[in-house]
Design a protein around this ligand. Structure first.
Ligand code: BGC
Ligand code: BGC
Length: 784
């Protein structure tokens, strides 16, 4: 068989036939075996590897293809795909998420010589966006498969006939596409291409070069004594909480980092950095905050929707741009490390941190988590700011009744077993690590009875070794002390550091942590090597972020905080996040979009309240009702979009209104305080006056629209029945006009549920694939 014939066949069959084996050996520049290198078989742009393994003690690895390979056709740009089909007949298309779950199946008939499938949105329910794997089969034979991004913009073209031109075959060869990618902490990553072949393919010795950055780290480490090193491993927050508090501790204890907690003010970064640079080793500090939906601690900042709303957008582009905008607003207000993204996969809607995760499936954590990391850190080094994937791991999978803060779920125990952990909660971290996230925060919660902060198998075994994470792990706020009871702090520190915690977030116990760890090292209970590894990881992040070479934050000629460009991104995210759950006709007309003429009555506790629409982690830790400087409330947004003259408010029914919009929902909460109990996870009902106002409108034939503000899905049977249209708006943040963009009809809704919406109180846990029938399924969302 000639090469062209072979390629033609390969094209017709997909690039790789079953039975191909790829083997190789990972070695260093001197030819010595490198064990525990992460070896992945992956398409160039995939967020998750197709398959992965670790090199063994002799540096060897091997893969076997179980199925036909993925071919990404690069001949055709701008998102259209071409596939050769051997004969006329039905083609079966199957769309899968990155987690392998089948999302849609469809048959298409290729009658004529060529068939184009314009717009893959036809395939993907609810027009959801993201990255999908499409497989094409004819008569049970797989013809090929490829990845598609942003469903709406992809076109697939089929051609009958397996003969291909030489040019096409060459192009196909060049684009054949699965490569072996190798990573090992301390070395430069490399790729080796896997040729289209059958049988055994031995890639031979694959040499990894030491990363030259490691030599720079060596030279810093060589100057450091134990005090310097343990100082680097410590993050403090200093009691009196002024913008320069922490100066004395920075100087004396040589702390590696400081943070502001949820309720603390922003720092004077330059003043603090000057102090860090005056210590003997002059190692710059980094400053952490929870910029979890924009730099919401800063006044006049752009506050973006909380993650659950971003999950509803299914739009990685807007999430990446949110990350970029957040990074700029952080840098301009004096911080360079955010404890974000939270990539919790939330399995129980009663959890008070539900809104911090993108939704209930790993695919959302993968796609949107990576997008946010790319936005926050930027396209290359130096990074914009340092990101932090949290909380490792299974924070959203805790079992009701196991919470450790007098909470039912928060900081509880995920009694789920490793299989479920790997399937549901780990993929987000696999993708985050591959995307180069700088830091990971350990979770307060437990996994099968073991605290994450003391879990060496998970922190060192899975995260650092199996996933090849080479950044550093930070502990959560005072979490180390929770490992043991309070009289056994020393044992807690020993266990945490040995498990793999590299930096300790010890708000006001930093000094105690330092003396404790120092004595553990001098007693030999914590090896010097572990300390050196932790410090090396911290320095690696400080180098990559650019802080070692440029200790001060960039200056902006125009202050980026809350600029129109960022607010526009926020508004776009808001309108894409709205999920229309109900939209019935009143008097033969659909309730939404709102009529083009007539007065619109706007009511409800949440209509004109920035604090209520922003939720927790806004200005303060738990969030609060009230003004958020710079925010546009939903009411103000309605006035902007529909015209002030058409919007009427008041505590009584407005006579002659064309429609009545009620903006209602949950009051702000955050961790520890936001969990719902078995009894209060019940039908969410309005206060009596609001409920009767609603009823009055309906009696007089005025359509009633509920805009529901919440950090999670909860049962709302009464409210649903009382409304002609129902819109889940999540926690939209400062750009309330995005709500009016949709209600007014200027933009058709595209948001789809990132979680299954529970029918009633019996469905506190209801997740796609569990066999239950929710009120509205994962992925549901109406449009017009
Ligand atoms: C939370 C983290 C947060 C940290 C710092 C902890 O209580 O669990 O998500 O990053 O506080 O504010
Ligand atoms: C928050 C602090 C809060 C603390 C309470 C932290 O996560 O950031 O503001 O005081 O938790 O435990």
């Amino acid at each position: 068989m000639s090469k062209i014939q072979f390629l033609a066949l390969a094209l017709a069959q997909g690039v790789f036939a079953a039975g191909v084996q790829v083997v190789g050996k990972v070695v260093d520049a001197k030819g010595a075996a490198i064990p525990d290198a992460v070896v992945e078989l992956a398409e160039p742009d995939a967020l998750l590897p197709r398959s992965d393994t670790l090199s063994d003690a002799a540096g060897r690895f091997g893969f076997e293809f179980d199925a036909v390979g993925v071919r990404r056709d690069r001949r055709i740009s701008s998102g259209s795909r071409e596939l050769f089909v051997p004969r006329k007949g039905d083609l079966r298309l199957e769309v899968r998420g990155l987690d392998g779950r089948v999302i849609a199946q469809r048959s298409v008939w290729s009658e004529s010589g060529a068939k184009r499938l314009e717009g893959l949105e036809a395939l993907v329910p609810g027009g959801r966006k993201g990255v999908f794997l499409v497989r094409v089969e004819q008569e049970g034979r797989q013809l090929g498969s490829f990845l598609v991004g942003h469903a709406g913009r992809t076109r697939v073209e089929f051609r009958i006939g397996s003969s291909v031109s030489i040019a096409a075959a060459r192009a196909a060869e060049a684009s054949s596409t699965v490569s072996v990618q190798i990573r090992k902490t301390g070395f430069l990553p490399r790729k080796a291409s896997v040729a289209s072949a059958t049988g055994l393919q031995d890639l031979g010795d694959l040499v990894l070069e030491r990363d030259p950055l490691e030599s720079r780290i060596d030279s810093v480490l060589a100057l450091m004594n134990l005090d310097d090193k343990i100082g680097q491993m410590t993050q403090g927050l200093i009691g009196e909480k002024s913008p320069t508090s922490g100066s004395a501790e920075l100087a004396k204890l040589r702390l590696g980092s400081l943070l502001s907690g949820g309720g603390d003010p922003l720092p004077d970064y330059a003043a603090l950095q000057n102090v860090a640079l005056s210590t003997p080793r002059r190692i710059p500090m980094i400053y952490g905050i929870d910029a979890v939906h924009g730099t919401a601690k800063a006044r006049n900042a752009t506050v973006f929707p909380h993650h659950i709303g971003l999950g509803a957008t299914r739009d990685s582009s807007v999430v990446r741009r949110i990350g970029e905008a957040t990074a700029r607003e952080m840098l301009a207000t004096g911080t360079d490390w955010t404890f974000a993204p939270c990539i919790a996969v939330v399995r129980d809607d009663r959890w008070g941190r539900s809104y911090e995760g993108f939704g209930e499936t790993p695919e959302l954590a993968v796609e949107l988590g990576v997008a946010e990391i790319r936005g926050l850190q930027g396209g290359g080094e130096p990074w914009n700011v340092i990101a932090c994937a949290k909380h490792f791991v299974a924070d959203g999978g805790t079992t009701y009744g196991t919470g450790t803060q007098k909470t039912p779920l928060d900081q509880g125990d995920a009694r789920i077993g490793m299989e479920e952990l790997r399937k549901t909660h780990l993929p987000g971290y696999v993708a985050a690590v591959r995307a180069g996230v700088g830091t990971v925060m350990a979770s307060y919660s437990l996994v099968d009875g073991v605290r994450n902060h003391a879990n060496k198998d998970l922190l060192t075994g899975v995260l650092k070794t199996e996933l090849g994470f080479d950044g550093f792990v930070v502990s959560d706020w005072l979490a180390i002390g929770q490992i043991e009871d309070s009289t056994r702090y020393k044992e807690a520190v020993r266990r945490a550091v040995l498990a793999g915690i590299d930096m300790a977030m010890e708000p006001n116990s930093h000094a105690k942590f330092i003396t404790t760890l120092k004595s553990l090292v001098s007693e030999g209970a914590v090896a010097q090597d572990r300390i050196d590894d932790a410090v090396r990881r911290i320095l690696r992040v400080k180098f990559r972020s650019g802080r070692m070479d440029a200790p001060f934050l960039p200056e902006f000629t125009v202050n980026p905080v809350g600029v129109a460009r960022h607010r526009e991104v926020g508004r776009e995210a808001v309108r894409k996040s709205l999920v229309v759950l109900k939209n019935q006709e009143v008097g033969g007309k659909a309730t939404l979009p709102l009529a083009a003429t007539g007065n619109i009555a706007v009511h409800g506790s949440h209509a004109d309240n920035g604090g209520l629409q922003c939720g927790g982690w806004t200005l303060s830790w738990q969030g609060a009702a009230g003004e958020v400087p710079g925010a546009t409330t939903i009411l103000a947004g309605m006035r902007q979009v529909l015209g002030t003259g058409r919007i009427v408010t008041g505590s009584n029914a407005i006579s002659g209104a064309a429609a009545a919009v009620f903006v209602v929902g949950e009051r702000p909460y955050a961790e520890m305080q936001g969990d719902l109990t078995e009894t209060n996870f019940a039908d969410f009902v309005l206060d009596a006056p609001t409920a009767s106002l609603m009823a009055m409108y309906r009696q007089s034939g005025v359509p009633v629209i509920t805009v529901f503000i919440s950090g999670r899905a909860r049962p709302v049977p009464t409210l649903l029945t009382a409304s002609d249209a129902f819109v889940a708006a999540w926690l939209p943040g400062s750009e309330g006009a995005g709500v009016a963009d949709v209600l007014s009809g200027a933009y058709a809704p595209t948001g789809t549920l990132p979680v299954s919406w529970p029918l009633d109180a019996s469905q506190a846990t209801v997740n796609v694939g569990d066999g239950k029938t929710p009120a509205f399924a994962y992925g549901f969302g109406l449009t017009w």
